[in-house]
Design a protein around this ligand. Structure first.
Ligand code: SIN
Length: 282
């Protein structure tokens, strides 16, 4: 089958004609990287990756970041388990967020492999932070020009989790390592970044982990973040990915938000996630 890139609604693109289990040659790696940079999420269907092949694919994209807060696969510490059991109410990632913005060098992206799916539901929504930035009204763009924001893991993974005023709860179902989160220093990133791969401008705050705008009083900071989030949740910037057995998504944490739908109570969903190291953002 010839390789084809098929845009997936407003964010993301599917690559057809690649069998990830075989490993990628240099040309295929370059294609995946360029689709990733242009579209924010790369989707694959009908794959049959073992855990070792998942790890091998991740290593072709970058260095693996071992997650500190999620339960790890018992045999492969590189793989974080994203599981919701039939008797669980909350899910992991059930609110808009981007992974690891609480790190000084936030993760480049994550590769999620579907291992067990509910009969219906359990999709993941993605939002393009390129599109959200491009569509910002001038008055909002002027307010964030040159601004920085504080990002934290404490309210989500720490020993005293709190629902931060502007967050949606992304805690559900995590088996945390709260001591590590308690001592993790909060970090500061620009509110608008120049994406390291595409060179495009992207909005880089998120409801999961951003806790304030530097230099603004708390109330004003929360109000501004809420205004930005209200703008970003416009479906004009979103697409929904319906998982099937063999589906894989590689998303860009610097250019997108994501959100795991929690609409399949009573059923099990198991996904395997590998996160790829990133770099400081400017
Ligand atoms: C996540 O937020 O990493 C999980 C996304 C999903 O399970 O769809």
């Amino acid at each position: 089958m010839a390789i084809e890139v098929r845009p997936h609604g407003r964010v993301g693109a599917e690559i057809l004609g690649i069998d990830l289990a075989e490993g990628l040659d240099d040309e295929a790696v370059a294609l995946v990287r360029s689709v990733f940079a242009d579209h924010g999420v790369v989707f694959f269907r009908d794959q049959t990756l073992t855990e070792q092949q998942h790890i091998a694919f991740a290593r072709q994209i970058g260095q693996i970041n071992i997650n500190r807060f999620f339960a790890a696969h018992p045999d492969f510490p590189e793989i974080a388990l994203v599981v919701k059991e039939p008797d669980q109410k909350d899910n992991i990632g059930g609110g808009w967020h981007t992974d690891h913005s609480y790190d000084a060098e936030p993760a480049l992206g994550s590769i999620l492999v579907a291992r067990e799916l509910p009969p219906e539901g359990g999709a993941t929504s993605f939002a393009s932070m390129y599109a959200a930035y491009d569509a910002l009204p001038d008055h909002l763009r002027a307010r964030i020009d040159g601004a920085s924001a504080v990002h934290s893991a404490k309210h989500v993974f720490g020993s005293k989790p709190t629902a931060y005023a502007s967050t949606q709860d992304t805690r559900g179902g995590r088996i945390g390592n709260s001591a590590a989160a308690d001592v993790l220093e909060d970090v500061i990133h620009p509110v608008v970044i120049t994406h390291p791969l595409s060179g495009k401008r992207a909005l880089y705050v998120n409801p999961g982990f951003t806790i304030g705008i530097v230099g603004l009083p708390a109330e004003e900071s929360t109000a501004l973040l809420l205004e930005l989030y209200a703008h970003c949740v416009n479906p004009a910037f979103h697409s929904v990915f319906e998982w099937q057995p063999g589906s894989i998504a590689l998303w860009d944490n610097r250019a997108t938000w994501h959100f795991a739908h929690n609409d399949y109570h009573g059923h099990r969903r198991e996904m395997h996630r590998i996160t790829i190291e990133g770099e400081a953002l400017h």
